[in-house]
Ligand binder design. Structure first.
Ligand code: EPU
Length: 440
């Protein structure tokens, strides 16, 4: 850990002002992978300056794609005409850095007949298996072998369309299937798939490239494989997770934050809960203003779920805000089995949060009989006090910063480099909102 990896936060100041969110981390990285499928140059706009973009750019470059990033303008141009096999040493420099490399399977198999995927990284919020991905690749006809430092896939002949029923609407597995099916021979049908807005934006990118994809009302995608695809020009949808994180910060600190670039359509479910808990918002042509109207916040029961449910990534900053609501709130996490690790630090700061293994406040979920602490009961309001805390994962880390901003006294948050993975210039934005912070 470097000294710059620490953030000192003087809490107790309501955050107020305007900040801008750019393209969604969980879309942009995938759209960059899609560029490998095209025969021409692709251009992606509204790209944030975050580490996941650098990781994917690095992997694309390792495979001979010419990637030009204009960070200021938020534009990435990718020319795959020189694509070829990468040296495994170059691929391995990206091992453990992100989960995106798994999505290179289909594009590399189509392009090169072979794909080496390094061991994955990403947040430690559960087991995060990749069985659905590998089952899908085998279904398309790929050979899959585990190696000591990753996975090697080969396509003995052109990949073939197929039918797959996902046991759970996994975001990554759905994207894997789409990115592979578009150039596979024949029709692919994916049932029980995820329909997150970021995936639909990926479908839009693939359609621009020449893919034929339809989505039925019952979570089924039907993809008619084509022989070739071209490049795309696309403006990325905004990051609805970052937008909700700032909304949570406004509520937790008693502040007033306008998030320029936020889009109501992607936040409908979040806004319903924001309103129910007592937060206020105004939608404008350019973004959404979120604020705490003074007075009490109300407790609430919320269950995370796949789209159109309440996103698992909205949960953490929302929990910090719920520590300031009057009464007992319940949060049932149904997407990841270990996503309440961040609450330990909140408890040290004075929050009353109890974790339960049972499914509380909603329906039985997959984790109900598996002994994971995946329900939280938050009793509030409780004043928060400064503490020395350490960032456990991306979203948990941002919520720690919010808690420190809401707390009385000076906190020290270590490991904030992890937050740079998904929040563009977050310390600059905090300063703009009046936060008293220092990166010593
Ligand atoms: N799952 C399996 N087997 C698989 C794949 C997934 O059992 O082969 C399970 C997972 O263990 C998990 C559930 O399915 O319990 C959902 O996982 P999913 O595949 O949907 O998640 P992901 O694609 O790995 C993306 C985002 C996450 C976000 C989830 C859910 C990216 C890079 N990551 O992960 O974002 O929480 O979808 O919306 O797109 C974040 O941004 O901080 C983050 C963790």
């Amino acid at each position: 850990m470097t000294v710059r990896d620490v953030l000192e936060v003087e809490g107790g100041v309501p955050l107020s002002g305007e900040i801008t969110v750019r393209g969604a981390k969980n879309f942009v990285s995938k759209a960059m992978v899609a560029s490998l499928l095209g025969d021409g140059v692709s251009v992606l706009r509204n790209v944030p300056q975050i580490r996941d973009v650098e990781v994917v750019a690095g992997l694309l470059r390792a495979h001979g794609v010419a990637v030009e990033i204009d960070a200021q303008a938020g534009t990435v141009q990718m020319d795959p005409s020189g694509a070829g096999q990468a040296k495994s040493a170059d691929i391995l420099t990206h091992a453990g850095s992100s989960r995106i490399p798994i999505l290179f399977c289909g594009p590399l198999l189509h392009r090169l007949g072979q794909a080496f995927i390094p061991d994955l990284g990403g947040c430690n919020i559960g087991g995060r298996p990749i069985g659905f991905h590998l089952d899908a690749m085998r279904g398309f006809g790929a050979e899959v072998d585990k190696t000591p430092d990753g996975i090697l896939l080969r396509a003995p002949s052109r990949l073939q369309g197929m039918l797959m029923e996902l046991p759970y609407p996994s975001v990554g597995a759905t994207e894997q299937l789409l990115l592979t099916a578009v150039l596979a021979e024949g029709v692919t049908e994916v049932r029980g798939a995820a329909v997150e807005p970021e995936i639909l934006d990926l479908v839009a990118v693939l359609q621009q490239m020449g893919a034929i994809i339809s989505l039925e009302t019952d979570r089924t995608y039907r993809i008619e494989g084509v022989d070739s695809l071209r490049g795309y020009h696309h403006y990325a949808l905004p990051d609805r997770i970052e937008a909700a994180s700032w909304a949570g910060a406004a509520l937790a600190t008693g502040g007033d934050i306008t998030v320029l670039g936020a889009r109501q359509l992607d936040l409908t479910t979040y806004l319903n809960y924001y309103r129910k808990v007592g937060g206020r918002f105004d939608v404008t042509d350019h973004g959404i203003r979120f604020w705490h109207p003074a007075g009490e916040l109300s407790s609430i029961a919320v269950e995370t779920g796949v789209h159109p449910g309440f996103m698992t990534d909205w949960q953490q900053p929302f929990v910090v805000a719920l520590t300031q609501a009057t009464g007992l709130s319940i949060v049932h996490e149904t997407v990841y089995e270990k996503r309440f690790g961040f609450t330990q630090a909140l408890r040290r700061m004075g929050a009353h949060i109890q974790l339960y293994r049972e499914c509380l406040g909603g329906q039985q979920c997959r984790f109900g009989r598996m002994n994971y602490e995946h329900s939280a009961v938050i009793s509030g309001p409780t004043p928060l006090y400064a503490a020395d805390i350490s960032v456990p994962d991306l979203r948990g880390g941002f919520s720690h910063v919010i808690a420190a901003l809401a707390a009385q006294g000076r906190s020290s948050v270590t490991g904030i480099g992890l937050i740079d993975r998904g929040y563009e210039h977050f310390t600059t934005k905090l300063e703009r909102l009046g936060a008293r912070i220092r990166r010593p």
